[in-house]
Design a protein around this ligand. Sequence first.
Ligand SMILES: [Zn+2]
Length: 171
Amino acid sequence: MTKNSSAPDAIAFCVRCGNCMITRMVGDRPRRACPECGYVHFTDPKVGVGVLVVEAGKILLVQRKMEPERGKWSIPAGFLDQGEDPQETAVREAFEETGLNVTIEQLIDVYHNPPAQGGASIFILYRARQIGGALQAGDDADAAGFFAPNALPELAFESTQAALKLLAKHQ
Ligand SMILES: [Zn+2]
């Protein structure tokens, strides 16, 4: 089973009774389930949120410190925390990764990434505007900076490439 499967092997023990979990069909999918008490583990999609910040025609990018795609550049982005509004995630990640305070202007699109790519399966992209702060790479990033659309560094993730292509078309 891959890590994005509906029945991840890592779910070894029942959270309700502690018994060993097994894999069985639940509806049309294999799921981890407890043969003792009947508890079924449902996997949730991972939701990523990103921000496109453009200033004087240049795009804010960060260099990734972590796998996947370590060393390549992407827009500031991160995972939605439980109970968090995705717009808050976007503002939080932009600040954590670049030191800039941003305000959300609009939703650009919602992308579905194939599970095989790893990372987020649902990716929400906002357009945002800088309202303060000072540009400085945060703990999650090796570097941060603004880049002209015709002088972009090596980009990570298909969603980043797609978003920037779209932007270039509208300028
Ligand atoms: Zn159980």
